[in-house]
Write a protein that binds this ligand. Structure first.
Ligand code: ATP
Ligand code: MG
Length: 392
């Protein structure tokens, strides 16, 4: 058993000693069997949330309405969810009600894919009711039960399927893939934030070509917000994106650069996806820089505007789209610039006011001109040279 499970064993034992059942479930079981590193250890139990809260000193109500309580044990948090069955779905996204049950089998039945429906006892014994182990061995993603029904119940599962194909380098079995094709349109019922999470994981996965190929083949791509005009670009990406991108910012940069979105079009596009403003700002810079790298090189001002923090992302995306890898030389060139940040400018607004320049918008404009002059080598970055230039 991995160290994380060893640490969590006493938690399961405490629940069992009180007369309930408790199992490791979800991604951590799947990833352990695959020999991969695990992140969160999730626990499923027959105990109700109140019963769990009585058993442990420190718990947090992280999702009590869904039956989830976080148990804090020796500094680690364990999401512990009461067995539940999800019966009626009317809006294609979440069950109308959560019903707590006392049976593990009921709980495993409502899970999305056979590889995610495995449970493990505290002693390492695996409970495999849907042949998930065989699918794990054969690198396959298969819906639990009737695939058509499962995607009809919850359309997000379709995005999860293509995401896992990318992350695990797995094949979606034909029956499950057909069901996605048949229900792709239901993706429009899902909150974009949730679709976004899966899309970003797909683009950062081990074999994004797989996930993208499935996204295209099933038609899911058409129901991703504002993807419709970009079929050709997406198909090309399917061959260009051999390894996953390194971050969410890189993923967005890749999409907007590949789609050829102008500066003014990037913000509305990303707002449709409800992306954080901070990410949008970064992507404005990285996409512009990646486009310049694809067209040739960067002048001193363009290098400076991108900056050392975002340059690796711009370079990464340009390389995916066919540019040579110039990160080493770009980094050297950046380091050789007279300044790297505005704050390194040898004058401040206050200095300029002392030299007789009136405060106001023109002061900012003058500072901007000085910054440009210093970066491009037109003026030395010294107090006297800059004041002289500003008052000339
Ligand atoms: P990751 O490694 O990305 O965390 P995961 O499989 O643990 O992958 P989670 O989103 O953390 O994915 O969900 C935990 C478990 O809950 C899944 O393994 C699956 O059993 C179940 N699950 C999650 N989302 C759904 C869903 N939409 N429909 C059915 N079961 C789901
Ligand atoms: Mg998980």
């Amino acid at each position: 058993l991995p160290e994380e499970f060893e640490h969590a064993r006493p938690v399961l034992q405490t629940i069992e000693q009180a007369g309930y059942e408790a199992y490791f479930v979800g991604g951590s079981v799947r990833d352990t069997i695959l020999g991969k590193a695990i992140h969160d250890v999730d626990i499923a139990t027959s105990a109700y949330p109140d019963e769990i809260k009585h058993l442990f000193k420190r718990t947090v109500d992280t999702g009590i309405e869904h039956g989830t309580v976080m148990i804090l044990d020796h500094g680690t948090g364990y999401e512990t969810t009461t067995f539940r069955s999800e019966s009626t779905y009317t809006d294609f996204r979440r069950p109308d009600q959560v019903t707590f049950v006392r049976s593990l089998a009921e709980d495993l039945k409502r899970r999305d894919f056979t590889i995610n429906a495995l449970a493990m006892r505290e002693n390492g014994e695996v409970i495999d009711l849907f042949d998930g182990l065989t699918d794990l061995q054969n690198n396959q993603i298969r819906a639990v039960g009737d695939a058509q029904e499962r995607f009809h119940e919850d359309a997000l599962r379709m995005m999860r399927a293509v995401r896992f194909a990318s992350q695990l380098d797995f094949t979606i079995v034909p029956d499950t893939l057909d069901a996605i094709t048949a229900h792709a349109q239901l993706l429009t019922k899902i909150a974009v934030e949730r679709t976004q999470v899966e899309l970003l994981k797909l683009l950062q996965g081990k074999t994004p070509q797989r996930g993208l190929t499935d996204l295209m083949a099933t038609g899911l791509w058409q129901y991703c917000p504002h993807f419709a005009p970009h079929e050709v670009a997406l198909k090309e990406l399917t061959t260009q994106l051999v390894h996953g991108v390194s971050s969410e910012t890189a993923a967005w940069t890749l999409l907007v650069t590949k789609f050829g979105l102008e500066t003014a079009a990037i913000t509305p596009f990303m707002k449709h996806w409800k992306t954080a403003n901070q990410t949008i700002n970064a992507v404005q810079t990285t996409s512009k820089t990646a486009t310049l790298l694809l067209q040739g090189g960067l002048n001193a001002w363009q290098l400076y505007q991108c900056g050392a923090d975002l340059m690796p992302i711009a370079n990464e995306v340009a390389v995916i789209l066919g540019a040579p890898d110039r990160l080493a030389s770009l980094t050297t060139q950046l380091a050789a610039l007279p300044i790297q940040h505005k704050k390194e400018l040898a004058v401040t607004g206050k200095d300029l006011m002392q030299a007789g320049i009136q405060p106001g918008p023109q002061l900012g404009a003058i500072l901007g001109d000085l910054e440009y002059g210093v970066v491009t080598g037109a003026v030395a970055n010294t107090h006297d040279a800059l004041v002289a230039q500003a008052t000339a």
